[in-house]
Design a protein around this ligand. Structure first.
Ligand SMILES: [Zn+2]
Length: 560
C-alpha cells in the first residue's frame, strides 16, 4: 500500500511535455509512478477529474529571511502554489549577524525591504550568530515549504566591518575575512552568494546598503570563494556600475551561473531591459551561464511621502532620507530640493523605479475631508487643474495631510507586449516576486498563478506546459535542485493541483497579522485545489490548511 494516488489528472510534467491525462502515485514523499491507469493500492486517493497537476512552483526571489523565524508557514506563498522558496536575494539576509549589529540589520531591512521595524523587533528569533547556526535553527524549526538560502553580501560585510560596511571600501584583510565567511556558508549549505549594487537599495539613514560599497575586486573575490567547490549561484541586483560584461567575466572566472536582477520593463527607456537581455544572450553564446530575472507582474506600489520607496533611489532624494516628522516636511517643502528632483527625473537612465509618469500616480486615500475629492485621481490630472507642476502638486497634497496621504504608482512592467517577450526570452527566468518584503507596498507572491492564468490562459503568451516549465524544472535546473521541479518517478512529490480554467491570483487585501500588529498586503489563490510538499498536503481549495504540516526540507545539497 502506497501513501497517495492522484486519479485522472491532466499531468503537466514541468519539463514542457504535452499535458496528458493520467495517474500519479506518491509514497514516502516521492513520486513513485506516473501512468494512464496505475494499478496501485493507496491509503488516500485524490480524484483529480481532469484538474491539472504540475510540480510545485519554485520561487527563486523571496525575502523570507526574517519572517521564517516567526512564521514557518511562509505566508502567503504555499497557498499560492509555491513549494520551494529561495531566501536571501539581493544579499539582504540576517545571518551572519553579531548581537551588536542586530538593530542596524533590522533598520536596514526596514528601509530597503519595507519591513516594519516593530514587526522585526517583535518577531525575529535571534537564536544564531553565524550562517551555520541560522541554518541549524531553520532545520530544527522546520517550514511548510522547502527553503534554500543564499549567503548575503551585506550581512557578510557588516559582520566583518560593522557600521563601516555602509561607508567605505574594504581592505584586503577584510576581503579575506569575508571570503572565509562565504566559504563557511557554502559548506553549511548555502545555495549561492547574493548581492546588490542597485542605487534603489538604501539602508538605515539613507546610506547605501553595504554591498554597494564593494569594489569589483571584492565582488570577484567573494564570487570566487563561493564557486571554489564547483557549486552555487551568484545572484545580483545590479546597478549601473556592474554591467553585464563585468558579470560575464565573473561567470567566466568561476564557471558558476549568474542570476541578474531586476530586469523590469520601463516604458520611458523601453530598450534598456532588452539591451541587458541581448548582452546576456551573447554571454551564453560564448559559453557563460547568465540569466535575467524577469517578472510577470506589473510593479505597482502603494506609498506615503513619509516613506516613498519609488523615489528613494534618486540621488536628489538623499536630503530627505533618514528624516521624519517636521524635519522631513521641511525638506519636502524646500524649493531647491524639488528643483533637484525635477532635474534628475529629466536625465536618462537605464534603471529607475519612478520615471515621471504622473498619469500613473494616483491618490488612494487622504485623511483630511477637504482633500477627499482628490482620491482616485491622477497627479497629472490634479496638476493640470491648477497648472501646477506635478511634483509640487503631489508634495503639497502630502504636506497638507501630514504626509499621511496614500498614493499608488504604476512604476514598471505595465507594457504587456514587451513583458510577454521578456517572459519568453531564452535566457530569462520568471522570478522577482519579492515575497516577504515590501509588504505595505505590494505583494506578488502569487506570481506563479498569475503566469498560469493571466499570461498563459488569458493572453496566450505561452502554453500551459511552457508556463509550468518556467515555474518548475527551469529554476530547479539553474539552482541545482536535483530531484525537484518535474513530475517523474523518483522526484520529490512537490505538487500543485489546480483548475486551468480559473487559476489566478486574487486581489490584494490588507491584513494586520504581523508581529506587533503591523499591516501587510496579502493575496489569495484562485483555482487552486491543493498543494503538496514532499508528499504531504499543506493547502486545499480553501487555502493553507489549519495546522499545515512543516513538510518542507531545508535544501543544502545542490547539483554542480
Ligand atoms: Zn529582492
Amino acid at each position: 500500500m502506497i501513501d497517495l494516488v492522484f486519479r485522472d489528472a491532466l499531468v503537466v510534467d514541468g519539463r514542457g511535455g504535452e499535458p496528458h491525462r493520467g495517474d500519479v502515485a506518491v509514497d514516502r514523499g516521492r513520486i513513485v509512478a506516473v501512468g494512464p491507469r496505475l494499478d496501485v493500492d493507496a491509503a488516500q486517493t485524490i480524484a483529480a477529474d481532469g484538474l491539472a497537476l504540475m510540480p510545485g512552483i519554485i520561487d527563486s526571489h523571496t525575502h523570507f529571511d526574517a519572517q521564517i523565524t516567526w512564521d514557518p508557514t511562509l505566508s502567503p506563498s504555499p497557498a499560492l502554489g509555491v513549494t520551494t522558496a529561495v531566501i536571501g536575494n539581493c544579499g539582504f539576509t540576517i545571518a551572519p549577524c553579531r548581537p551588536a549589529d542586530r538593530e542596524l540589520t533590522m533598520r536596514n531591512l526596514t528601509q530597503v525591504e519595507g519591513m516594519s521595524i516593530d514587526a522585526l523587533r517583535a518577531g525575529i528569533d535571534w537564536g544564531f550568530e553565524s550562517f551555520g547556526e541560522y541554518m541549524a535553527q531553520l532545520r530544527e524549526r522546520g517550514s511548510v515549504a522547502n527553503v534554500a538560502a543564499y549567503v548575503g553580501h551585506s550581512s557578510v560585510r557588516t559582520y566583518v566591518m560593522g557600521a563601516e560596511a555602509a561607508r567605505r571600501e574594504a581592505s584586503d584583510a577584510e576581503i579575506a575575512q569575508m571570503q572565509a565567511i562565504v566559504r563557511d556558508a557554502m559548506a553549511h549549505g548555502a545555495v549561492g552568494f547574493a548581492s546588490s549594487t542597485s542605487p534603489a537599495h538604501n539602508g538605515e539613514g539613507g546610506l547605501p546598503m553595504p554591498s554597494r560599497l564593494a569594489s569589483d575586486a571584492e565582488m570577484a573575490a567573494l564570487v570566487g570563494a563561493m564557486g571554489e567547490g564547483g557549486r552555487g549561484v551568484y545572484m545580483l541586483t545590479k546597478g549601473g556600475h556592474t554591467p553585464v560584461s563585468f558579470l560575464e567575466s565573473l561567470a567566466a572566472a568561476t564557471g558558476r551561473p549568474v542570476m541578474v536582477a531586476a530586469l523590469l520593463h520601463n516604458s520611458v527607456a523601453p530598450r534598456a531591459v532588452f539591451d541587458d537581455l541581448d548582452a546576456i544572450a551573447a554571454a551564453n553564446a560564448r559559453g557563460h551561464r547568465l540569466l535575467g530575472q524577469v517578472s510577470c507582474c506589473a510593479l505597482t506600489m502603494d506609498f506615503t511621502l513619509a516613506s516613498p520607496y519609488p523615489v528613494e533611489g534618486l540621488a536628489s532624494w538623499k536630503p530627505a532620507l533618514g528624516r521624519s516628522g517636521t524635519a522631513l516636511q521641511a525638506v519636502l517643502a524646500d524649493r531647491a530640493f524639488r528643483d533637484g528632483v525635477r532635474a534628475e527625473l529629466k536625465t536618462a537612465t537605464t534603471f529607475r523605479l519612478f520615471n515621471s509618469e504622473w498619469d500613473k500616480v494616483h491618490v488612494v486615500e487622504t485623511t483630511r475631508p477637504d482633500l477627499a475629492r482628490l482620491e482616485q485621481r491622477s497627479i497629472a490630472a490634479i496638476a493640470a487643474d491648477t497648472g501646477a507642476d506635478p511634483l509640487d502638486a503631489m508634495l503639497d497634497i502630502a504636506l497638507a495631510d501630514d504626509l499621511r496621504t496614500v498614493f499608488t504608482a504604476q512604476l514598471l512592467n505595465s507594457d504587456e507586449d514587451a513583458v510577454g517577450r521578456m517572459l519568453n526570452h531564452p535566457h530569462s527566468i520568471v522570478s522577482l516576486s519579492d515575497a516577504g518584503a515590501h509588504l505595505t507596498f505590494f505583494n506578488d507572491a502569487g506570481f506563479g498563478l498569475h503566469l498560469l492564468g493571466h499570461w498563459s490562459r488569458d493572453l496566450g503568451a505561452m502554453s500551459l506546459a511552457e508556463a509550468a516549465r518556467r515555474l518548475t524544472s527551469h529554476p530547479a535546473g539553474v539552482l541545482g535542485l536535483g530531484g525537484r521541479g518535474t513530475i517523474a518517478e523518483g522526484h520529490a512529490a512537490d505538487l500543485l493541483l489546480f483548475d486551468p480554467k480559473t487559476v489566478g491570483r486574487g486581489p490584494k487585501r490588507r491584513v494586520h497579522d504581523l508581529p506587533a500588529g503591523a499591516a501587510r498586503l496579502t493575496t489569495d489563490p484562485v483555482g487552486v485545489h491543493g498543494v503538496w510538499v514532499n508528499g504531504r498536503q499543506v493547502a486545499d481549495d480553501h487555502g493553507l490548511i489549519a495546522h499545515a504540516p512543516l513538510a518542507g526540507e531545508l535544501l543544502t545539497r545542490f547539483a554542480a
